[in-house]
Design a protein. Structure first.
Length: 391
């Protein structure tokens, strides 16, 4: 087979890579799929991103020069799309299939099987499971994976506990941030604040994330109301929008802020593409999520030398060092959240120290350039192993 004969020649040469993400949402998972595709393309690889045409991911990806593969996957049973994808894998001589969403496997695995190409299959696991996946269907789909990349230690443990994947095939592989984009030296803090209508000297808390139950908007509004009742002077900027089906929740949060008398204190900025610039205007990032498998916003904020107040849930503990890069509080506890916000609000030297320590931690552990290096090494490792098995 041509694929097997050519594997040795592919080491350190451009690869034909299919990234898939059939999620209909727009959040950290989808943004990371976009970023990985972009960076691999910049490294000279031939990259296709498979996604449904109606999604925000597909729309955003259309602005970049890598290839798009429209696959309108909405569930699990798609015989026609499986056949179409199998033809694509064969016709484009795809070397690596990297799924960014667990549900992608129901389409990608049978397509790879049907194509006759033995290209390695990888899954980036970003969300934990509350059910055990050892039924025949999952034994088939997960059984054909060469690697599962868990984005945090808690997801790593969850994969081993709930899926039939051998522990040796599971690696912790954190999400990362482009430090050339998230660079505080490149941002004009005063210009950004002026564009947002925020006074130069006004202490500014920031929140970045989509409107979705579990992100902690309620506790954030409650904490802001507590600080306002104490007479503290500050402003809170909430960045993000609702995904499809979450519009009512977003409207409820805006109503809650109004009813708590926070119209003059809270600004809802909606979706912003220029997150590094927006973060340059913040003094403190607040991350009140109830459960989070990782938290890309945290490493973005730390890269911008922002101290953080974050809940100590799940994958967040891989990122924030309590007392060093930020303050950690229990989830769903507005009073403790307010305490952390109050502490940083009143201590500028502490904010500075934490910000510097946060940037250093991101440079060491969450630098996207280093992570793409590791991803390329993994692809080459798997292709080399494929060559050995084929010989």
């Amino acid at each position: 087979m041509r694929f097997r004969n050519d594997v040795h020649e592919l080491m350190h040469t451009p690869l034909n890579i299919l990234q898939t993400c059939f999620s209909a949402s727009w959040g950290g998972l989808e943004m990371q799929a976009l970023e990985i595709s972009r960076r691999l393309h910049e490294r000279g690889h031939h990259v296709w991103l498979g996604a449904p045409e109606h999604t925000r991911l597909f729309q955003e990806a259309s602005r970049y020069p890598f290839h798009l593969l429209p696959l309108n996957v909405t569930g699990y049973a798609h015989p026609v799309l499986i056949w179409r994808l199998s033809r694509f894998l064969r016709d484009q001589a795809i070397h690596i299939v990297h799924c960014q969403h667990s549900r992608d496997l129901a389409t990608a695995v049978p397509a790879q099987h049907l194509s006759g190409r033995h290209c390695p299959l990888i899954l980036s696991k970003r969300v934990g499971s509350y059910i055990t996946k050892r039924d025949p269907l999952h034994r088939y789909t997960y059984g054909r994976l060469q690697r599962v990349l868990a984005i945090s230690d808690v997801i790593h443990r969850n994969v081993i506990a709930t899926t039939p994947v051998a522990p040796a095939k599971v690696r912790t592989f954190h999400d990362a941030v482009d430090l050339t984009l998230f660079d505080p030296a490149k941002a004009d803090r005063e210009a950004v604040r002026q564009s947002l209508g925020i006074e130069k000297s006004m202490p500014l808390f920031g929140f970045v994330g989509r409107f979705s139950p579990g992100k902690g908007h309620e506790e954030l509004i409650d904490a802001a109301a507590m600080l306002r009742e104490e007479g503290l002077v500050f402003h809170l900027a909430i960045v993000g929008e609702a995904s499809h089906g979450e519009e009512a929740y977003a409207a409820g949060i805006r109503t809650m802020a109004h009813e708590r008398g926070l119209d003059e204190v809270v600004t809802f900025l909606g979706y912003r593409a220029e997150i590094p610039s927006v973060m340059a205007a913040f003094d403190i990032l607040v991350f009140p999520s109830h459960a989070e498998s990782f938290g890309v916003v945290l490493i973005e904020a730390m890269a911008m030398t922002l101290p953080v107040v974050a809940t100590n849930c799940d994958g967040v503990v891989d990122i924030v060092v309590d007392g060093e890069t930020g303050i950690m509080v229990p989830p769903k506890d507005a009073r403790r959240l307010a305490e952390g916000m109050r502490k940083l609000l009143g201590d500028a030297p502490l904010r500075k120290r934490m910000g510097v320590a946060g940037r250093k931690r991101v440079e060491e552990l969450f630098d996207q350039e280093k992570q793409i290096d590791r991803l390329e090494e993994l692809y080459e490792e798997l292709l080399a192993g494929q060559a050995v098995r084929a010989s």
